[in-house]
Design a binder for this molecule. Structure first.
Ligand SMILES: [Zn+2]
Length: 455
């Protein structure tokens, strides 16, 4: 069996010329299921063929137009022709386009609204950037190569360059304020680290956050410190994008770092930031896990473990209910029974649980003391339907940065490269990475962007 795929142009005068795109051959029987329908290779050839034909017809139509001179309204003539090689999602195409010359004033007119050095379509740029925001440059290049007849720019280095360019263009967009003002906005600011590829520099600090409205509008943002992206400007822009006005009630959460509080303040978020419950809960969770691993090889230790587990529970309850001042009581009670674990041997691959508990306890104690001014009654807020921390359950930092930039220990980043990729990643999650690069920060109304759940 064979088919001929023929493309027929339809104009105002009816059917125009037609072109044979490709012949498709299939065995006569269906003994082998692999013979069912088109193969991927055929589909790619088909798309590339259709693309070439349509582009050629568009170029022919374009060449017979005679644009008006924008300077003197004179009539333009064809001056010469130039070849344009453009990468598209469906293959690389070569267009032969005329340059026009005004008969009256001699001015040169291209007749196209895109720059003549443009080498790819916005749709290809967007898809490349989108994939690179979600997976490594190498994997993205592989996926593109597998799925599409893209025959240019699929080298991972090229993809990286294109993606960073998209990231750069994102920084130039202004916020678009939504029509409805937000009565209340929650801002969360957090920090994390990624590995640096620069010599003599081990880590890069990344600041990430999100803004949320009661109606579910959400934007995420992030910037690598000292990379050129101004985090305060980002916070302001994101607040504007969800409809912040002078009357908006702002609430802020941070992980307790003074630098983050300063950034919020500089961005005009002057309400005292609360300590994000997510960060406290993680520390308590850590403490619980260690307590559960304490050795129970004699009755005294069993009894001591029971006391510790109970006190960790109580500690959790106290902090959650805004009684962090009494946390010291729990910490002291745990310390009082710790002597039962004296001489507990280190395990084969890690230190003894009791020593870990001692360290974690001291860290928590210091944390609660230094952060006491920013602890609130989380239970009360929760009952009132208010946020106690970031809504993205695993923490904005983890979800925005770690999954793409920290997953593998081998991943090392340049300051600028990480920062620009992060801009793309944020735009992907905000649903604002459109092919019209002028309108990035549209108000997000979807409380859970589909991408945020899928990743
Ligand atoms: Zn002219």
């Amino acid at each position: 069996m064979a088919w001929m795929l023929r493309l027929v142009k339809i104009g105002v005068e009816g059917e125009g010329p037609c072109a044979d795109i490709m012949e498709i051959r299939r065995p006569d029987d269906l003994v082998d299921i692999a013979n069912l329908g088109l193969t991927l290779a055929e589909a790619k050839r088909l798309l590339a063929g259709v693309q070439r034909e349509i582009v050629a017809a568009q170029a022919r139509d374009h060449a017979v137009r005679r644009p008006e001179c924008p300077r003197c309204d004179g009539v333009c003539r064809v001056k010469d022709y130039r070849d344009h090689v453009v990468s598209t999602l469906f293959g690389q195409v070569t267009l032969r386009l005329p340059r026009f010359c005004c008969a009256a004033c001699g001015g040169i007119e291209a007749g196209i609204a895109w720059p003549s050095h443009c080498r790819s379509t916005p749709e290809l740029d967007r898809l490349q950037a989108h994939l690179c925001a979600l997976m490594t440059y190498r994997t993205a290049a592989d996926v593109l190569g597998q799925m599409f007849p893209v025959d240019a720019g699929t080298h991972h280095e090229t993809l990286r360059r294109h993606t960073l360019k998209v990231g750069e263009s994102l920084g130039e967009c202004a916020a678009i304020r939504p029509e409805t003002a937000a009565s209340a906005v929650v801002v969360t600011l957090d920090s994390t680290f990624i590995r640096s590829c620069a010599e003599g520099e081990r880590h890069l600090e990344v600041r990430v956050g999100n803004v949320e409205t009661a109606s579910g509008g959400r934007q995420v943002f992030g910037a690598v410190a000292k990379a050129g992206t101004d985090i305060e400007a980002l916070i302001r822009r994101n607040l504007d994008a969800v409809g912040r006005t002078e009357d908006t009630a702002l609430a802020a959460f941070t992980d307790g770092c003074p630098g983050l509080r300063r950034s919020l303040d500089d961005a005009g978020v002057t309400t005292a930031p609360m300590l994000d419950w997510f960060h406290i809960a993680m520390r308590l969770q850590h403490l619980k896990q260690i307590a559960d691993g304490l050795s129970a090889d004699d009755p005294a230790r069993v009894a001591a473990t029971a006391v510790i587990v109970e006190e960790v529970e109580r500690l959790h309850w106290r902090i959650w209910n805004g009684k962090a001042k009494d946390a010291q009581v729990s910490i002291d009670r745990i310390r009082a029974v710790m002597h039962h674990f004296r001489g507990e041997p280190d395990q084969r691959r890690s230190t003894a649980p009791s020593r870990k508990l001692w360290t974690a306890l001291r860290a928590l104690d210091g944390y609660l003391t230094s952060q006491s001014a920013w602890l609130v009654n989380y239970a009360e807020r929760h009952r009132a339907g208010l946020r106690v921390g970031t809504a993205i359950t695993e923490g904005t930092a983890n979800f925005l940065v770690n999954r793409r930039m920290n997953k593998s220990q081998q991943m090392r980043w340049s300051r600028r490269g990480a920062d620009l990729l992060l801009q793309v990643r944020c735009a992907v999650y905000n649903g604002t990475l459109g092919s019209g690069f002028g309108q990035k920060f549209q108000p997000a109304n979807d409380p859970y962007p589909p991408m945020a759940i899928a990743a």
